[in-house]
Design a binder for this molecule. Structure first.
Ligand code: MN
Length: 283
């Protein structure tokens, strides 16, 4: 069973970066790491999850989990993938043809797994099994550093289900610390950590102090894409629709791409399959 919340010390040797929803866009990450001169000996890269599905190189992205400098939280796509393969992990056999129609995982971009299916043996390739094992160890929350330097990495949102718009709409550091000591997150919270789009839907944008939630450290998240990173109630959403930029069918695909966020400098870099230059911005 995976550790639900992981804590990591501050990085005193190098820099910390957060990358948005990769969705198989491995080569865009390569471009961004070169741009910032990422040092694999000293720097760390945190992912907000959704490494797989929709884009061109899903398994490649999963293998990043084998790197000591890379850490990711579980996204809803990893969660759907794990659910899909649960019977396979128990029985060791799988009939993909039985599952492929109207399946939640397949309908949301999971059909790429078919290329790793060995129909004659009714199982996945050893290479794929290696990737699948890596999924089992992904936490829901990463807590990095302490005090003023503390930040979190999650997939979607720390929104409360019954939120008070004027008061506290999100869970706070104190809640995370309590869940950490119990190693247990209430199921309604885990559901929102994987799926919620309440904060990023724009309904908080007219709130006078809409960018900061007192009591909650900066919380990097993904899951809801926009052309640029957005900050709402201490959540910085770094999903800028990387997989959309790999599609030539979508008219506005050029506006989207993969974002790499330099935590200490509060600066972001965005690379797209459709553009040669990298766009930058600051918070
Ligand atoms: Mn997602």
């Amino acid at each position: 069973m995976a550790t639900i919340i992981k804590r990591l010390p501050e990085n005193k040797q190098g820099k910390d970066y957060v990358v948005g929803d990769l969705h198989g866009c491995f080569s865009l990450l390569d471009v961004l790491l070169a741009k910032v001169h990422f040092d694999k000996q000293k720097d760390r890269l945190f992912s907000v999850g959704d490494l797989i599905d929709r884009g061109p190189e899903s398994l490649h992205c999963l293998f990043l989990l084998e790197e000591p400098w890379f850490m990711a939280v579980c996204g809803n796509h990893e969660s759907m993938c794990l659910d899909f393969f649960l019977p396979y992990r128990v029985n060791d056999t799988l009939k993909v043809s039985d599952c492929a129609s109207s399946n939640l995982f397949f309908d949301n971009g999971g059909a790429w797994i078919e290329q790793y299916y060995q129909a004659n043996r009714q199982c996945m390739t050893p290479e794929f099994n290696r990737g699948l094992d890596l999924l089992l160890d992904m936490p829901l929350i990463l807590v990095v550093g302490e005090g003023e330097n503390r930040f979190h990495v999650i997939h979607a949102e720390l929104i409360r289900s019954q939120y008070n718009f004027a008061k506290t709409a999100t869970w706070l550091n104190s809640d995370i610390d309590r869940w950490f000591s119990e190693q247990r997150i209430p199921s309604i919270v885990s559901e929102n950590l994987l799926w919620s789009r309440t904060l990023m839907s724009g309904r908080f944008s007219k709130h006078p102090n809409a960018t900061i939630q007192p009591g909650l450290s900066t919380t990097f998240c993904g899951h809801s894409y926009a052309p640029k990173p957005q900050k709402v109630l201490s959540h910085i959403c770094v999903d800028t629709g990387a997989f959309l930029s790999s599609s030539e069918d979508i008219q506005e695909s050029a506006d989207f791409g993969l974002t790499l966020f330099d935590v200490q400098a509060s600066r972001w870099y965005l690379a797209s399959y459709q553009r040669h230059e990298i766009i930058q911005g600051e918070f």
